[in-house]
Design a protein around this ligand. Sequence first.
Ligand code: PGU
Length: 390
Amino acid sequence: MKRNERFEALAAGYLFPEVGRRRKAFQEAHPEAKIISLGIGNTTEPLTPHVEDALVAAARRLGTAAGYSGYGDEQGEAALREAIARVHYSGAVRPEEVFVSDGAKCDIGRLQILFGSCAAVVQDPAYPVYVDGSIIQGASLVYMPCTRENGFMPELSVIPAGSLVYFCSPNNPTGAVATRDQLARLVAEVRRKKSILVFDAAYSEYVSEPSLPRSVYEVDGAAECAIEVNSFSKPIGFTGVRLGWSVAPKALKYDDGRSVNADWNRIATTLFNGASNIAQAGGLASFDPEGRSEMRGLVGYYMENARLIRSALQALGVECIGGDNAPYIWARFPGRDSWEVFGEILEKCHVVTTPGSGFGPSGQSYIRFSAFGHRESVVEAAGRLARLGR
Ligand code: PGU
């Protein structure tokens, strides 16, 4: 069999395994080093009690004759779809527009099947899945640079007509959050270009400023042009449990007037068999008042980490953005190569980060610091960063 030739166009490896490889090599050369990871955005704190109870109870129910269930609805359990529509979106979307999944990354990959080899527009820097997933589908890429000069909000006029536009806010990796005005301009431009927006809101619960939008559907007209993906990973620590959702509004149509929602349903039923019923029970518990309050506690914990990391960097005179409404800090090391700075931080501080250039050409000379970590490790890592100044 011939290899799918689109794989030839992919960069050699996915970013985070490469970071892991360099970490492992350093550890082998320096077995005594106590490495702390502020690299991959991976949650570290235990599940919160109310959500844990719901997961345990769901698993126990499956062990009884009366409570056992097999395959469920591919689109997700009705109660969870209803809770997402009512609690997360305050009724701005309908339950039948919500599709529960095994995570946002998996959804992004499957969504691309709907559009095939179109033009895909990505923010630069971007979460690598948009780029790699598009390449695998044979899409051609258009980059929208997000730089300090444009306040990390891209110039939208470059969007070609009839393209798939990926937009992530709060942003991974820059931590920038689009204002309501900026989002309205994005939606207007996507509609003007008769394109479709994939809005990745995986960090929406990290938005603390009430004036900043958490969902693209807060903007008028978004239901006619946007799919939104979201995740339980970062707000309630489900990175390993695996649960997410997407919204495909009924008003969203292809150029021939056919329904995107109907095709997305076709993908869900054909290529996906529904998210774990246990995970869905945990996700559902996170929407009741106790679950919401636990979630706010967890998000607050990671955001305090973000504050500590950012203060440590700023004390060294490093220019940073993010870390206020997003769990990432985007730190600038002018004139330097990202991988070289990554290496210096690893060698001097024994701290793993993510090199900005791994997220796209405009990420060059930046380092992403993740705020996910145990407090004592973050405090220790923040202290060690002072070694960079020497
Ligand atoms: N969307 C964005 C913007 C993300 O940053 C991440 C995780 C996901 C989706 C994935 O969500 P799931 O629901 O858990 O699938 N980004 C992390 C982890 C790296 C990765 O490869 O997913 C990060 O460090 O960027």
